[in-house]
Design a protein around this ligand. Structure first.
Ligand code: A3P
Length: 321
């Protein structure tokens, strides 16, 4: 991961906050009830301080590894579909040549970690952005404005395995060995993971989606996998660009899903080669893309450990995985 030097203000704040060893070479800092990687703390603070949400912004909010890349491309394709509807323009679709994370940047990584107050003037409206920040840590303007938040989460066992694989790849790339799975599992269950506790992150958005359904749209990866057409149509309604009857008859929804499918995206050169500026290889965002992959890496007992935290944390919330 990126190892830029934190600013003095950031270093001072970090030294006053609890910290713990993360799953990789970087420590996690407990800030506003969540564990943030030390290397991106400057980006988190700058984003909280400077980002001004607009009423028409659409912000994708997720925990790492819950399927952000998939929903980034779906939202991008959905919002830009009019521009690329005929066969000629379809061949020039930006998703074919540009990485999803360049098209839909993360606020606290790509935008605010690189510059304290980046210029957003080049973004077309509606601006489509992403963040892993928990609801309670969002910049105030995001909560106060009428911007829309789309939240996607994944069942905690698959999310854990996906995060473990991703961290392992990053560690091997840096020749740092790898943190054993049982150790990561202990940390995950204690809430010690990037932007964790995982359950608190999900619950924050779930609660807001019940209180303000016009502002927060709550989605599950598993439900998207099971019936993507239905969920993409709902998503289009939520972001204010519903599919017309003509589009529905003409297979526009299916076309978007084909373009955004794991099989299509993972085989495009732009996603197979090159690296994200954080150092993560573009291909590391496409691993298996399947539900239930945890069984291939964890014993039943390990799975039960996560289940018991899930049960305890989600108790009374109405949310189930
Ligand atoms: P797995 O590691 O379980 O395969 P994020 O984008 O939040 O980093 O999440 C990455 C996860 O989403 C990975 O899960 C990845 O394979 C999966 N993913 C990426 N693109 C996808 C797509 N088009 N369809 C379904 N899953 C996808």
């Amino acid at each position: 991961m990126q190892s830029s030097q934190p600013s003095q203000a950031c270093t001072n704040l970090i030294s006053s906050l609890p910290s713990d060893k993360g799953w990789d070479n970087f420590s996690l800092i407990l800030y506003q009830g969540f564990w943030f990687p030390s290397w991106l703390f400057d980006g988190v603070l700058a984003c909280q301080k400077h980002f001004q949400a607009h009423n028409y912004d659409i912000i994708l909010v997720t925990s790492p590894k819950s399927g952000t890349t998939w929903l980034k491309v779906i939202l991008f394709a959905l919002l830009n579909r009019a521009k690329y509807s005929d066969p000629h323009s379809e061949r020039c679709h930006p998703l074919l040549t540009r990485n999803p994370h360049d098209l839909v940047p993360y606020l606290e990584f790509q935008l605010y970690l690189q510059q304290e107050d980046p210029d957003h003037a080049t973004f077309a409206s509606p601006r489509l952005l992403a963040t892993h920040l928990p609801y309670s840590s969002l910049p105030q303007s995001m909560r106060d404005s009428k911007c829309k938040l789309v939240h996607l989460c994944k069942n905690p066992k698959d999310n854990f395995i996906s995060l473990w694989h991703f961290t392992k790849k990053m560690m091997l790339k840096e020749n740092s060995g790898q943190t054993p799975l049982p150790e990561c599992l202990d940390k995950f269950c204690q809430g010690l993971s990037m932007y964790g506790p995982y359950w608190d992150h999900v619950l924050g958005y779930h609660k807001m989606s019940l209180e303000m359904p016009e502002k927060v749209f709550f989605m599950k990866y598993e439900e998207m996998k099971e019936d993507p057409c239905v969920h993409v149509r709902r998503l289009a309604d939520f972001v204010g660009c519903p599919f017309s009857e003509e589009e529905l008859r003409g297979g526009t929804v299916e076309g978007i899903l084909r373009m955004c499918s794991f099989d299509n995206l993972s085989t495009l050169e732009v996603n197979k080669s090159g690296s994200h500026w954080t150092g993560a290889e573009n291909k590391s965002f496409f691993r298996r893309g399947e539900v239930g992959d945890w069984v291939n890496y964890m014993s039943a007992e390990m799975g039960e450990r996560i289940d018991s935290v899930t049960e305890e944390k989600l108790h009374g919330s109405g949310l189930k995985f």
